[in-house]
Write a protein that binds this ligand. Sequence first.
Ligand code: SAM
Ligand code: ZN
Length: 388
Amino acid sequence: MLTQLVNEGQTKLEVPKLERFQTRAGDYAPSLAPVFYNPHMELCRDISVSVVQVLADELGGIRVCDPLAGVGVRGLRYAKEVKGVTRVVVNDRSQKAFELAKRNVELNGLASLVEVRNEDANVLLWENRGRFDFIDIDPFGSPAPFIDAACAALARKGTLAITATDTAPLSGTHVKACLRRYSARPLKTEYCHELGIRILIGFVQRVAGRHELALAPVLVHATRHYFRGYLRARKGARAANELLAQQGYVSHCNACGRRRFTQGVAVELPSTCECGDRFVHAGPLWLGRLMDRTFINAVAGNLVRSNFKFGQKELVLLNQCAEEADGPPTFYDVHELAGRTGVSPPKIVELIPKFRKQGYFFSRTHFSGTGFRTDAPMDEIVEIFKRA
Ligand SMILES: C[S@@+](CC[C@H](N)C(=O)[O-])C[C@H]1O[C@@H](n2cnc3c(N)ncnc32)[C@H](O)[C@@H]1O
Ligand SMILES: [Zn+2]
């Protein structure tokens, strides 16, 4: 395998020669390489490193597992760049990935801290019940096949990080695949990515419930072609029950854009909207908070300390997430609403004081540059739009 050296964060990596795996469009296709490494995921990994640092500071030391590691970039970056890491297990079932990850451990002088394994991720995780404070599930496509074993391997105050690149099923393009993988119905709407993340979280929480584990999201983002979420664990049947009570359904009216939220699973859902049209439904999914503002601010603060500058993509994203953290589920799209109300689309900055003056929550959303989140009722939103 032809390789090259790259630097990511403070970590050196030997990776497959990138230019050999270019697509016709001139982009790089990591899945074609003998060992997976995607330079476009650096933003996601920078944020992960900062998340792990915040957790390590809180716990006073952290044990990390990167069970689907490719060249080992995530596990190695945690070992090299986070203070307080006491153990890292990097694993991939591919022999080539295993060999390359071992060379990368040597390259960074991390042999005393990082153990490299060559097993099926689920076998590794089940063999390590309760032994990891941070588990990073970063697979091809869906994380669903790894959630049960990851819950088993999570320590009492552990955090589970998940990536999903099967955004098409989760966002309603392939309904049957979503039903199959996540036992939930997705819905194609202007906020379908948020619904997709909520379906993913709902699924993870239901699996965690079997382990008497409550997994609450503290940070999620939809970026490029993937969803990413960080969920913190609390042990106990009561905590899990409390969390599961916040699952339910989103009912959406395609005619007027109104939404209804119904908590509970196997419950009766509203069939007819106030406008007379029929509701369509998505779920079961997580209806609670997606973000914890205090946690996100700590992650952002940590990035600033590691020399990230205001305006850098990672910080912009985290600030957007913090801004929308206290908002209700689902957001509205300026163009969609303008079309419906027959007005020209107002600028979001102009809308901010109009909503806030009346005491409503109002924020932008990282999910869409033309989206906004508010708890104002639909009739009020339409009124404000018409006056804007
Ligand atoms: C998306 S890549 C990982 C990317 C890596 N985390 C990164 O940030 O570059 C998924 C990896 O999981 C490995 N893999 C897939 N299924 C696996 C399994 N059941 N057990 C262990 N490794 C597996 C693949 O060989 C591949 O290297
Ligand atoms: Zn309606």
